[in-house]
Design a protein around this ligand. Structure first.
Ligand code: NOJ
Length: 490
């Protein structure tokens, strides 16, 4: 239900959340506009129709105090029962694609192939068929943080067995949905899986193994991703003709002292730790990580580095395992080398050896980490273009949090300035083919519960029907999609 239909609106630009155009305001002909969600954040139906428990079910049930409003994803915005509502909205927004994730625990309730669950499969078949019937391309994330509890019991991403389990799950997805799904993303944000999950213990599985468990996690994700990629290429692509990538998140970095080395160090530790192995010519972990973590490990009295060694076989196998690069960008930081060591010893933070700060002049969102820095987005797209040989980039997330007002002018400014950054990067030669707004709806923002709203649509969480209402930003986004141009009036 679109509001404001009879009002004519214009962008009221927020101070310090703007970006100047370098060239045309028109998007390229085949540019794809979409919006993104993830299973745990919207579906609800946490144990419906045979679904098994994930680490987020377990954590929110056992540890409610760790969620700001003591909420969970048990019902969420109930997309499991209300996809038809969602579909209306997807159509009303005129989206070219919809990025959503599949809950592993609906397909294989305990994570293993032997536990296959037809009702969970039916749910996604229905979504995919309805999207296609309405000319909306499905973009499917295989893993958006909701690991089956039984796989966690084996150590989750620190046990190399995850490579087999994940690949078996991915293969089932190819078999079930690959006739219709042509865009696959293996993992969403390895950094946010491995750091809060295995380093700082801020998110499930809440394992505190800084500088050790986190690096193991990255290594196993890289291998599981590559295995899945090669499986698709050797067995499925000929018939299914889809494309496959991985989505990584990073801040961009601005050097306080104009030192490009600091920017590069920030980027390699935050982004290169996954991207370098897949997208660079050399492959493997970035040299600065291998060198510095190796050095620190020796100084701690170890004979082997805490950063696992990628041998020649794995290096070659992982390098080039992509059809596109999925990028989630939200915000940026200033960087400088610290005057004294950071974090505990050992830890990723100690290895990183970079101090990140923000600028009091940057417009801040509801999330304490989120500032509007569109120049950072343009800078990041340039860095990626130069570092990875102008790889095809799909922006798989970008968005703004607030208190939930329907007149969300700051979100409108954020989208305007960040889409401007995309246009500027394209103008400068970047190969960017797609953009997904985060998020289609206000939803369960992990440890922040429902207190930080990222949606183009508000959701009435007090009503059992979970009615959705368009915000001003939804109307604006629809206008951009219609016009294929970054407009001001809508
Ligand atoms: C990235 C994550 O993929 C998504 O799940 C989350 O809600 C947004 N960032 C906002 O924090």
């Amino acid at each position: 239900t679109v509001l404001y239909l009879n009002r004519s609106l214009s962008v009221i630009e927020a101070k310090n959340c703007t970006l100047r155009a370098k060239g045309s305001l028109k998007f390229p002909k085949n540019f794809s506009f979409g919006a993104a969600t993830s299973a745990y954040q919207i579906e609800g139906g946490w144990n419906a129709d045979g679904k098994g428990p994930s680490i987020w079910d377990e954590y929110t049930h056992n540890d409610p105090d760790r969620i700001t409003d003591r909420s969970n994803g048990d019902v969420a915005i109930d997309s499991y029962h209300r996809f038809d509502l969602d579909l209306k909205i997807l159509k009303e927004l005129k989206l070219d694609h919809y990025r959503f994730s599949i809950a592993w625990t609906r397909i294989f309730p305990n994570g293993d192939v032997s536990s296959k669950n037809q009702k969970g499969i039916d749910y996604y078949n229905d979504i995919i068929d309805k999207l296609l019937a309405n000319n909306i391309e499905p973009m499917v994330t295989m893993y958006h943080w909701d690991l089956p509890v039984d796989i966690q019991k084996l150590g989750g991403f620190t046990n190399a067995l995850i490579i087999n389990y994940f690949t078996a799950y991915a293969e089932e997805l190819f078999k079930l949905f690959g006739d219709r799904v042509k865009l696959w993303i293996t993992f969403n944000e390895p950094m946010q899986i491995c750091k809060p999950g295995y380093s700082t213990a801020e998110s499930p599985p809440n394992i505190k193994s800084p500088g050790i468990g986190d690096y193991l996690c990255f290594t196993n994700i890289l291998k599981a991703h590559a295995r899945t990629y090669h499986l698709y290429k050797s067995k499925y692509v000929k018939e299914q003709r889809g494309r496959i990538g991985i989505t990584m998140d990073t801040f961009f970095f601005i050097s306080k002292s104009n030192d490009k080395n600091d920017v590069d160090r920030g980027m390699q530790f935050s982004f290169g730790i996954i991207a370098h192995a897949i997208f660079s010519k050399a492959g493997g972990f970035p040299k600065v990580l291998v060198d510095d973590i190796g050095k620190n490990s020796l100084a701690e009295g170890r004979s082997v580095s805490r950063l696992p060694h990628l041998d020649a076989y794995w290096k070659a196998y992982i390098r080039g395992s992509f059809d596109f690069l999925g990028l989630n960008y939200y915000t940026s930081r200033y960087v400088e080398r610290p005057s004294k060591p950071l974090g505990e010893n050992p830890s990723m933070l100690r290895d990183y050896d970079i101090e990140e700060t923000s600028d009091p002049n940057w417009l801040q969102g509801k999330s304490n980490w989120l500032y509007c820095v569109p120049t950072g987005f343009e800078g990041l797209l340039k860095w990626i273009r130069e570092e990875y040989d102008n790889v095809e980039v799909k922006i798989t997330e970008n968005g703004w949090s607030d208190e939930g007002d329907l007149d969300d002018d700051d979100r409108v400014s954020y989208y305007k300035s960040h889409l401007q950054a995309v246009l500027n990067a394209i103008h400068d030669g970047s190969n960017i083919t797609s953009y997904s707004a985060w998020s289609l709806f206000d939803n369960f923002e992990w440890n922040r519960g429902y207190t930080e709203k990222f949606g183009l649509y508000a959701v009435d969480m007090k009503s059992p029907k979970r009615e959705r209402t368009a915000k001003k930003s939804a109307i604006y986004y629809r206008k951009i999609i219609e016009a294929r141009t970054l407009v001001d009036e809508f």
